[in-house]
Ligand binder design. Structure first.
Ligand code: PLP
Length: 373
């Protein structure tokens, strides 16, 4: 099988699998328990937090484990609104966010908040100027994603966070970095964002774990209340197997981060150049991130392309795997012709993708197109 849907999920790294095995067989105590076995689990949790924090470029105490990127986004958005809702009711986000941000925003609108949705350019980029024009005295929160999961556009988060804090010193800046973590080099401690969401299964860890970075000194209201885990902010017995697996994946990938980015960029360029030579193929979006290439074939439907590729043991996704058959709101916001949207597929790479796999995909595409036409 040739797996080219790494923006949807990635294969767990062998180090992650081994760490999870150890967690399930040797460190399965409750980290809150006060006997040696529990204290050992707490020690494993502390070490794991250090590893994820190191990968994020953040102080260890700023990293909170969650169950997924979606939870991190929900927590950041709802808690910011709860904390600052008395100061103002204006929130800024973009029209191309993942549903994990879009839907909480819709919910806040129902509760009386006013949300401004910044529109992207034709490539899917959100500009600093667009944010500048939207910031107001009563803006309390800005949430802009680091990398768009469909267009591969990389947003200027550092500049946006700086601008937000200079124009609105009391506003909070959140970025959904689920597609940016290990793909776009950043350090949480210098990025300037108050909150950063990441997810384990996008970076060769397992499903069921994510993290929220919360800037030192920022007091967010708790998201889950109960036993007081995660500094009292996110109660619930910690999912140590997933957390240890996440940490192991981060450790394994960290030393190779820049080499992996370079390699994926080379493969992406090869993929783009190959696709440009195939009749009828149109590349969509900025495709600045090293791992995302979106394309459409006029006159063909995504599902047909997907099935024909699947028959050749090649997995890609129809636009965003999370959009579940709906016409992509991202491509719509970019003003892409609806016929092209209906024929769009996303090819996404990882550190495991090989040159041979890209060659096989490129060789299959003209055959697939011919067979469908
Ligand atoms: N944000 C972005 C940009 C994503 O691409 C995804 C998943 O595709 C999420 C958030 C949700 O992450 P998770 O699947 O960990 O909930």
């Amino acid at each position: 099988m040739i797996y080219l849907d790494n923006a949807a999920t990635t294969k767990p790294h062998p180090a992650c699998v081994e760490a999870m095995r150890q967690a399930l067989t040797e460190h399965w105590g409750n980290p809150s328990a006060l006997y040696r076995f529990g204290i050992d689990a707490a020690r494993q949790l502390r070490t794991a937090r250090q590893s994820v924090a190191q990968a994020l470029g953040a102080p260890t105490e700023c990293v909170y484990f969650t169950a997924c990127g979606t939870e991190s986004d929900n927590w950041a958005i709802f808690s910011s609104a709860e904390r600052l809702g008395k100061r103002g009711k204006h929130i800024i986000t973009s029209a191309v966010e993942h549903s994990a941000v879009r839907k909480p925003m819709k919910k806040l609108e129902e509760q009386g908040f006013e949300v401004t949705y910044l529109m992207p350019d034709a490539k899917g980029r959100i500009t600093v100027e667009a944010l500048q024009n939207a910031l107001r005295k009563d803006t309390i929160l800005v949430s802009i994603m680091m990398v768009n999961n469909e267009s591969g556009a990389v947003m200027p988060i550092e500049k946006m966070a700086k601008l937000t804090h200079s124009v609105c010193p009391n506003a909070l800046f959140h970025t959904d970095a689920v597609q940016g973590f290990f793909k776009v080099p950043f350090r949480a401690s210098t990025l300037g964002a108050d909150m950063i969401s990441v997810s384990g299964h996008k970076v060769h860890a397992s499903k069921g774990v994510g993290a929220l970075y919360v800037r030192s000194g920022l007091k967010l209201p708790p998201y889950l209340i109960g036993g007081g885990q995660e500094g009292g902010l996110r109660s619930g017995t910690e999912g140590l197997p997933q957390i240890m697996g996440f940490a192991a994946a981060c450790e394994a990938l960290l030393s190779e981060r820049m080499a992996n980015i370079t390699r994926q960029n080379e493969l992406k360029t090869m993929l783009q150049e190959g696709l440009r030579c195939i009749d009828g193929v149109k590349l969509l979006g900025a495709q600045e991130a090293p791992h995302i290439v979106n394309l459409a074939v006029r006159g063909l439907r995504s599902q047909g392309l997907l099935n024909a590729l699947q028959d050749r043991e090649i997995c890609v996704s129809a636009g965003s795997a999370c959009s579940k058959g709906h016409r992509s709101h991202v491509l719509q916001a970019m003003g892409v012709d609806p016929e092209l949207i209906d024929g769009s597929i996303r090819v996404s790479l990882s550190s495991e993708t090989t040159k041979e796999e890209i060659e096989t995909f490129l060789a299959a595409m003209p055959e697939v197109i011919a067979s469908l036409k």
